[in-house]
Structure formats: C-alpha cells, structure tokens
Design a protein around this ligand. Structure first.
Ligand code: CDP
Length: 206
C-alpha cells in the first residue's frame, strides 16, 4: 500500500503521515526534508543546487537547521529546478516500491507525490488549511522549539513559498485529479487522522 500526501506548507501533512504510518505499520518518507537538505547543503558548501542534489547523503538529512523557515525557503527555490527534482526522484520511487522491512508499504508526504512520484498510489490525500491557520501552527511550532518567530512574518513567508510552489513549471503543487482534499482548518491532529483512516478503510475494504 502506498499513501501519497501532498499539500501546502504547515497544513499538517507530516503529523498525519507519521501517525498513519505508525497506525498502519507502513514506512514514512518526509520528501520535504530532501529538498531542505539540498537547499542547505548548496548554501553551506557553496555547491550548485544540482551538485548538492546529486551528492546528497544520509548525513545531509541529519543536519541541524533543516526545520527552520530559512531552510524551507531555500528548499522551495531549489525545488523549482528540474535537474534537482530528477536527481531526487529515483530515491523516492525506490523507497515507495521497496520500503525498509518489515513495512509492507509506505506513506510519502510532499508536493508532487500523487502527481509525479507515485501516481499509482492507492490513496491520495491533499491536506490543506487556511493560510492563517497554517501560519498560526508554524508560528507555535517555531516558538515551542525555542526559535524567535513573528506571526505576520511567518504568514508572509509562507504565502511567498506556497506561491513559488504553485506557480513553478515543474511538478507544481496541485491536487492530483484522484486526490481527496482534507481541509484541516477546524480539525486537530486526532480528528484529521480519523478522517484519513475512514477514507483509507473505504478504499481498501477488508
Ligand atoms: O514542512 P513544510 O510543509 O513547511 O515544508 P516541506 O514539506 O518540508 O517542504 C519544503 C519545500 O520543499 C516546499 O516548500 C517545496 O518547495 C519543496 N518540496 C517539493 O517541491 N516537493 C516535495 N515533494 C516536497 C517538498
């Protein structure tokens, strides 16, 4: 079973993907982390984004700072480059087809999982929420991590990143034609998980 979860920044994709993976015994891949690592590696090591993508290692995915908004912005800039996306595609598809044992399937979250990486996924969710709700969540998350954060700035930066992700020519952020849209504006994490589990059950009757 492959579950594809796409959506804009801070919509709750990661939390939902992690809970679904745990509940269903599936492996989880946070594909945004790959783009964050490419952006940060290019900046810190003075490489082109293409070089950073081609030379990406497990150690690059374990660097401090990858969850910062700065790394998110860097990620969305390198993510618009076709060669960067191409370099990361094989790894993502391999993970989906051969998840680390004993998992019998995988949950992947990102922007183009249902449209490009795993168009054959058995379940596709497009997780979204109002820009204000998403900025509020990201603001809270940053504060809880001890980072300084100004709500208005988070909202502005998130809007810029969403626009860049939606307007790019390669693999833009759009729901797959067969995706179910899950709006989490008024749902907490447990409620979003329940809705997703019900949908998965309806698509895979036991
Ligand atoms: O956690 P958040 O939703 O803020 O971002 P993320 O999922 O870590 O993704 C960071 C950036 O990577 C996004 O803004 C996209 O530009 C890019 N990305 C992408 O283009 N394709 C993916 N499959 C995943 C992320």
């Amino acid at each position: 079973m492959i579950i594809a979860i796409d959506g804009p920044a801070a919509a709750g994709k990661g939390t939902l993907a992690r809970s679904l993976a745990k509940r269903l015994g599936l492996a989880y891949l946070d594909t945004g982390l790959l783009y964050r690592a490419v952006g940060q590696k290019a900046q810190r090591q003075g490489l082109t984004p293409e070089e950073a993508a081609r030379s990406l290692t497990a150690a690059d995915l374990d660097q401090p700072g990858l969850r910062s908004e700065e790394a998110g912005q860097a990620a969305s800039k390198v993510a618009a480059i076709q060669e960067v996306r191409q370099a990361l595609l094989a790894f993502q598809r391999r993970f989906a087809a051969h998840p680390p044992p004993p998992a019998q399937g995988a949950v992947l979250d990102g922007r183009d999982i249902g449209t490009v990486v795993c168009p054959e996924a058995s379940v596709k969710l497009f997780v979204t929420a109002s820009a204000e709700a998403r900025a509020q969540r990201r603001h809270k998350e940053l504060r809880e991590r001890g980072e300084s954060s100004i709500y208005a700035r988070v909202l502005e930066e998130m809007r810029a990143r969403d626009a860049r992700d939606q307007e790019r020519a390669v693999a833009p952020l759009i729901p797959a034609a067969d995706a179910t849209v899950l709006d989490t504006t008024d749902l907490d994490a447990d409620q979003a998980l329940d809705v997703a589990l019900a949908l998965i059950a309806s698509k895979n009757p036991a």
